[in-house]
Design a binder for this molecule. Structure first.
Ligand code: MG
Length: 310
């Protein structure tokens, strides 16, 4: 197996932190049953491949996401490797936070929406109500010394509402951030964003006091824009980037559609540009090939496809 020829790209930061979401965002979309043991092995392999942050699971009600109903069992199986400030879990409300705290979690993420329709569909609440739901979650998490991330979904478009004004995204982001977040993550949940839009939003957030050092970005590849948009954000100075090993997390409505940005595709691009990630691409591809075997279908990642047989 080989990596790209390294030719440093101008204007990129020397190092980027890959925030791996495969075990959570990837597996929450899986139709087939994945055992807790396989999930634990997946997390261990990702950590061994050098992923600095791995979002492991989600303490949402089992009825919302049955695929991640084994969150407590998974963390018990992982032991100390599943805990720490670089092993965040999703929590929607105080009940989820209670379960996460009970499991010994030290980092959590709440997930808000830039649009009313998605807030209703995803959380059963308006944007205002969901921010009020997160308020005690963030306050209590911080009191307990936890690291807290907040996602904003639908930052670049919404399947029901269409275009989402940049000002609307910024307003929600500022309100969510004011709860006391350590990191704000901009999500292109349906993958419709393009590079100019990425620059606009980052610039608009900066003008409201949320600088690039406070941001993460989370792009989806539905329209083939995930890597381009991610590199646009990195060129603007964002140094925390979400991706999913093997591109796990396909759209539940279209069997072959790609979902999250594949970590391998991201690491190939960053390696080639001379941007350090600490990720061992060989070990990561091996992990995704192994995971694809567990799931019974090939990884949608182009880099995994290219390197797996190389
Ligand atoms: Mg995602």
């Amino acid at each position: 197996m080989r990596g790209p020829q390294v030719e440093a790209a101008a204007g990129l930061p020397p190092r980027v932190t890959v925030y791996e979401v495969g075990p959570r965002d990837g597996l929450q979309n899986e139709k087939g049953h994945v055992t807790t043991a396989v999930k634990a092995e997946f997390v261990r392999r990702l950590v061994a491949a050098g992923l600095p942050i791995v979002e492991t699971t989600s303490f949402v009600p089992v009825s919302w996401v049955p695929q991640l109903g084994d969150a407590a069992e998974l963390l018990a199986d992982l032991g100390p490797e599943g805990l720490g400030r670089n092993r965040p879990v999703l929590v929607p409300n105080e009940k989820g936070l209670d379960r996460a705290l009970e499991a010994g979690v030290q980092a959590v993420a709440v997930f808000g929406s830039a649009t009313e329709t998605f807030a209703r569909n995803n959380l059963g609440r308006s944007v205002d109500e969901s921010i009020e739901m997160f308020r005690p979650v963030v306050a209590r998490a911080r009191e307990a010394g936890l690291w807290v991330r907040g996602y904003v979904s639908m930052c670049f478009g919404d399947p029901w509402e269409g275009d989402v004004p940049v000002g609307q995204v910024v307003d929600v982001a500022v309100r969510l951030n004011d709860l006391g977040l350590d990191q704000l993550c901009l999500g292109d949940t349906i993958g419709v964003g393009t590079t100019g839009h990425v620059h606009r939003l980052i610039e608009a957030l900066d003008a409201r006091g949320i600088g690039v050092e406070h941001l993460g970005v989370h792009f989806h590849d539905t329209y083939g824009q995930a890597l381009t948009n991610t590199l646009a954000a990195v060129a603007d100075g964002v140094t925390v980037v979400d991706s999913s090993a093997g591109g796990l997390g396909g759209c539940p409505f279209a069997k072959s559609a790609t979902g999250n940005l594949a970590t391998e595709d991201l690491v190939w691009a960053l390696d080639g540009a001379g941007v350090e990630t600490g990720v061992d691409l060989d070990a990561l591809v091996g992990t995704s090939v192994w995971m694809a075997e567990q799931l019974g279908r090939p990884s949608p990642s182009r880099v995994v496809a290219a390197l797996a047989g190389a």
